[in-house]
Design a protein around this ligand. Structure first.
Ligand SMILES: [Zn+2]
Ligand SMILES: [Zn+2]
Length: 350
């Protein structure tokens, strides 16, 4: 593979089995379209008899063997489906896979304008937990999405849920009912992606700042290769130059950093979900342990306190019910001295 000319925009492997060399997504798409027969990426169902005849020819088998094979496969499929439907203790992943299959497989949109154009590309994009989480940082993706080449980076950004977008900062022990509804995402809208020397800033809102400017300036003074800037909302995935399998960056809330790894880029197929409205399509989500209330051990923590005479530890995590029962009288008056902060559990999205 290494012998290919990198100008051809066909992904070559820079490091075997790890990542490809950089290539331009749209040029890659064009190369495929040039080489394939339109019937290969058309959404039209191929004629079944013609398909069977071609299949038999390619496999070097005769008509009788082909029809035997077909009936055996059908029976096996039936048996397997029965077995699966009888299995009642399906795990969460199996349930989710069933549901995803039901909702998306070969799904055509109701309105023609929502049909993803033939010959578009489909990307598999993995978003990792932010680097501040101690476990699973670099081993398991938090979320895996499918997006088409015509989606923008901003559409990916809006699909990513990260607990740091939901933090409310402040001390509320004197007025626990005053915790505001707004969350960090409403206040700090700046964010960027980084791919192949380019920072793509989210500049959709007037209060957005190009967070990457400081980094670019810093890099200039340190003799790094020149970094450039783009806008997330104006950049589609087909516009990108990327390496498949290579870790890139998503940064938001100032310093919440996530690795972003594109693991696959291919042409859309008629069996894919063809309805634009279902994208970005979440195909995997990791589940992490939630932090439970230190008193009841049942509910997810909603508050943490410090300098708290009622608490078994410092800081200490409480659900809303236990927090209020322990720290306020029936009229809602604060009892004793402590500081209280709203807490959003990172497993809140499970
Ligand atoms: Zn984050
Ligand atoms: Zn509790």
């Amino acid at each position: 593979m290494a012998a290919c000319d990198s100008k051809t925009n066909i992904p070559e492997y820079e490091r075997t089995n790890i990542n490809s060399k950089p290539f331009h997504v749209d040029s890659f798409r064009t190369q495929w379209l040039k080489r394939l027969h339109p019937s290969h990426y058309s959404y039209e169902q191929p004629d079944q008899d013609e398909f069977d005849a071609n299949f038999a020819k390619e496999m070097g088998i005769d008509e009788d063997t082909m029809s035997d094979l077909k009936s055996i496969c059908r029976q096996r499929k039936k048996k397997q489906d029965q077995k699966l439907s009888l299995k009642c203790n399906k795990n969460r992943h199996e349930h989710y896979a069933d549901e995803l299959e039901r909702v998306t497989s070969e799904r055509k949109p109701e309105a023609v304008e929502n049909l993803i154009p033939q010959g578009d590309v489909l990307l598999t994009i993995n978003i990792y937990y932010p680097a501040v989480f101690d476990r699973f940082n670099y081993t398991r993706p938090h979320m895996t999405f499918l997006l088409t080449g015509s989606h923008t980076l901003a559409e990916l950004r809006d699909a990513i849920c990260c607990v740091s977008d939901l933090q409310v900062s402040g001390e509320f022990s004197n007025n626990p009912d005053m915790v505001p509804d707004f969350v960090s995402k409403d206040h700090y809208k700046s964010a960027f992606f980084y791919f192949e020397g380019v920072f793509y800033d989210d500049m959709r809102f007037p209060e957005c700042r190009d967070l990457s400017a400081t980094t670019i300036e810093w890099a200039k003074t340190r003799n790094f290769p020149l970094f450039t800037q783009g806008k997330m909302e104006n950049t589609r995935f087909v516009d990108l130059k990327v390496k498949v399998g290579y870790p890139y960056l998503y940064c938001h809330q100032g310093d919440c950093e996530h690795l972003v790894i594109i693991t696959d880029i291919r042409l859309m197929h008629r069996n894919d979900c063809l309805d634009k409205k279902n994208y970005p399509l979440l195909i995997h989500k990791d589940r992490i342990d939630t932090h439970k209330c230190a008193v009841c051990h049942v509910y997810i923590g909603r508050w943490y306190t410090t300098n708290d005479q009622f608490a078994p530890s410092d800081p200490c995590l409480f659900c809303d019910k236990c927090f209020r029962m322990l720290h306020y009288d029936t009229e809602g008056n604060k009892l004793g001295h402590f500081l209280a902060y709203p807490y959003i559990d990172r497993g809140a999205f499970n």
